[in-house]
Structures are given as C-alpha cells and as structure tokens.
Design a protein around this ligand. Structure first.
Ligand code: GDP
Ligand code: MN
Length: 389
C-alpha cells in the first residue's frame, strides 16, 4: 500500500520528523483560503497528491507568491490528469492538492530506507545530491550514492547515522539534526512494515534546518493484519469495483480488454488471461474467486465482472479440486439467475465431479457455451466477444 505525500508527512510529523508547516489538503478551490491561512505567511507550494513521482517536472508542484497565484494553480491542478514519467500515458486524476508553506532551499539531499532482499535487511540509501531521481543518479554517478544496512531489531545505531551524515557532507550542526531524523525515519520504516520510506529531497533550508520536503511511504500488504490504521484506510489506487471485490474476498484487477474472466486460483487466472491473449482476445480483468468459492462469491464475481461496460463475453474457467464441479455449477446457475446476464457465457469446468457439473449446466436451459479445454474455452470466448462487438 502506498501513502500519498500528505499522509506520509502526517506520519513523519507524528514521529517528530521535521516537515514544512502545512495547510493540509484541499479538494475544492473554495477550501484554499483557509488552507493558506493554516500554512502561514506565503509563499506557498501547491502539490498534486497522486501516487507518482516526477510531479515537479510535470506541473504538479507549483510555488505561489500570492493568494491569487495560489488560486490560479489550484484551479488548474484540481481535476487535472497529471502525466509524469511514472504514471503512464493516461496520467492520474488529481483529486487532492497539498498546500504547504514554501521552503527556502539551500541544499537538496536524498534519503531513503528500502528493503534489500539480498542483504535480508533494510538499507539506507543516501546522497548529497538530492532532488533528482535516484535511478538517474545511480546511472550517471553511482559513486555519489551511500548505502548503510540497518539491523531490523536494533534500528539505526547513532554511529551509523553520524557516519552517513558526515559522508553526505553535512556540517557538525546539521549532523546533529540528521542523526535523530534518520533514526526516526528508520523507525517509521520498521513500525509500519514498510518496504520504502523515501525523502527526496531532504533539504537544508536557508536557516540551516533539515526538513523533509517530500515523503513517500510504501508498506507491505502482507503485514496489513497487524497494521490496523493502514488496513482501515481506503486504498487510493483501487477502483470502486476493486474495493467491492476486496470486501467479498475476491481478487480483482480491472484491465483494458473485453472478455470478463472468472477463475479460481491466481495461477489459473494468469494462465487463462495468457490463453485468451493467445487466442487473439484480450481479458477485461484478472479475477480469482479463491479456492473455496461459494455460490454467493460466484454471484458477486459475476456482478463485479458485469459492472465493466467493456465486457462482451464472460469466460468461466474453474478447476474443481477441493471445491467440486457440481457445486460450482450450482453457483454459476444461482448467479446467472440473480444477475441479468446480457453477454455470451462460456464455461469450462474440470476436475472433481466434472460430468455432474456439466450435466447440471446443460439441463438448466441457461444459454451458455460449454468448453472442453482451456484452449477451446478461450477460442470460444474470443469468438463470442467478437460476434457481439
Ligand atoms: P516530485 O517531483 O513528485 O518528487 O515532488 P517534490 O515534492 O520532490 O518537488 C519537486 C521539486 O520542487 C523539489 O525537488 C524542489 O526543487 C521543488 N520544490 C518543492 N517544494 C518546494 C518549496 O517549498 N520551495 C522550493 N523552493 N522548491 C520546492
Ligand atoms: Mn520528490
């Protein structure tokens, strides 16, 4: 799960990590005057809250000298599609804009904590050369990048933090600010089960203060069971349909194609998508109803798939293992009765009690095409989708 910049900075603030004074996020221009007031005297910086870096170069970070400028920027930014080198061509819709008091920057540094799989530990990556993308720096000046592994139990040791601070070219005074800040950033990383905490840039202000000007935090979804605050937060990356799917325990990811896929098991779901593509079609979604799907989940799965107006055919590909094929057939029939199925349906069942399952489907009188193999099913689904398009 990725936190938006303002959420990351809220966490930083709670840990006593210096961030710029803020007026909070706004969703409408009408909220701007109050936000400017909360942030304090101008100039201010308006920042598009999307889950992508490179906003600065793409027009998602604007410094406003006057409230009038701020209003102009806010009007432009809210509702815009921000395209940065990290968003892909379609860009991301800007729903929220963070209003911070602008900082006077004397120096830009780079600081992050990442999970290093090879080390089996968190590693701090730091550089005296902040502001630019770390990937770019790694490419052009790898020697400018410092690395310091961290013991996950002990956290960052003071001597390590001091060594890093001096290696980043900080004065003794700045090192004494850097040591507690770096220690707290590592603590955020460990406390939140993060796999990334990044501050780029970490700045030295003209007054000699070390401040986290930007913040990026990504956490491990597998640890959500013990991260109650994170777990209860709606994932801004999930679409409404993906959220509904999550609620009923179905893994669903919307895609661009027109063949809705309902499959049990993530591996089979991936194979189904590949086979659909091989047959010349394109899947509308990844959907895994799970190993122990019941009739209700199958019904929800149908509802979720059919919410996508792009879907021109539905392909059900279920392997009856623990779950028997006849139970699945009953689920499909119950779902089809409840959901108005207005596109062709192709069903391929395999596994335990497959014949009983197929018989049930055949006897039901429900209009559908039965397939004998995955390849057969994919071809039939592609043909069906094509014939109604
Ligand atoms: P990103 O491009 O998405 O990573 O957004 P950042 O928050 O890192 O901002 C990009 C750049 O805008 C920074 O590297 C700064 O150079 C500049 N910037 C952001 N906030 C301020 C500010 O308060 N004052 C000044 N002078 N520059 C800022
Ligand atoms: Mn940044």
């Amino acid at each position: 799960m990725k936190l938006l910049e303002f959420e990351a900075k809220d966490v930083f603030r709670k840990y006593g990590i210096a961030v710029p004074p803020t007026g909070g996020v706004i969703e409408k221009t009408a909220q701007l005057p109050a936000a400017l007031k909360r942030a304090g005297k101008g100039p201010w910086v308006l920042k598009a809250q999307v889950l992508a870096g490179g906003r600065g170069k793409a027009g998602g970070v604007k410094i406003a000298k006057t409230p009038k400028d701020a209003k102009e920027y806010a009007e432009k930014m809210i509702g815009m599609k921000l395209v940065t080198h990290q968003t892909g061509g379609k860009g991301l819709l800007v729903k929220q804009v963070l209003v911070d008091k602008a900082s006077n920057i004397a120096r830009e540094l780079y600081f992050s904590v990442v999970l290093d799989r090879k080390e089996g530990r968190p590693v701090i990556i730091a550089s005296a050369e902040g502001g630019m993308e770390i990937e770019e720096l790694a490419h052009t000046r790898p020697e400018a990048i410092l690395k310091e592994p961290v013991d996950p139990v002990r956290g960052l040791e003071p001597y390590q933090a001091r060594k890093l601070g001096f290696a980043m070219g900080l004065s003794a005074d700045l090192v004494s600010q850097f040591v507690p800040m770096a220690t707290k950033l590592v603590k955020v990383f460990l406390d939140l089960d993060a796999n990334l905490v990044e501050v780029n840039p970490l700045i030295v202000t003209d007054k000699g203060q070390l401040v986290a000007l930007d913040g990026k935090v990504a956490t491990d979804d597998n640890a959500l069971f013990r991260q109650k605050d994170l777990a209860s937060r709606p994932d801004p990356e999930a679409s409404p349909v993906e959220r509904q799917a999550k609620k009923v325990g179905i893994s669903y990811v919307g895609l661009d194609g027109n063949i809705g896929c309902m499959v049990n098991g993530a591996g089979l779901a991936m194979a189904t998508m590949d086979t659909v593509a091989l047959a010349g079609g394109s899947p509308a979604n990844f959907l895994d109803v799970g190993g122990g799907a019941n009739a209700q989940q199958v019904t929800s799965a149908f509802q979720i798939i059919l919410k996508d107006p792009k879907v021109k055919a539905v392909l059900v590909n279920i392997f009856g293992g623990i779950m028997r094929c006849d139970t699945i057939a009953e689920g499909v029939l119950a779902a089809a009765k409840k959901v108005k199925l207005n596109v062709p349906l192709v069903v391929r069942l395999e596994g335990t009690r497959v014949q009983e399952g197929k018989d049930l489907l055949k006897r039901s009188g429900l209009k559908m095409t039965l397939a004998d193999s995955l390849w057969d099913a994919a071809q039939k689904a592609v043909a069906a989708a094509g014939s109604v398009a």
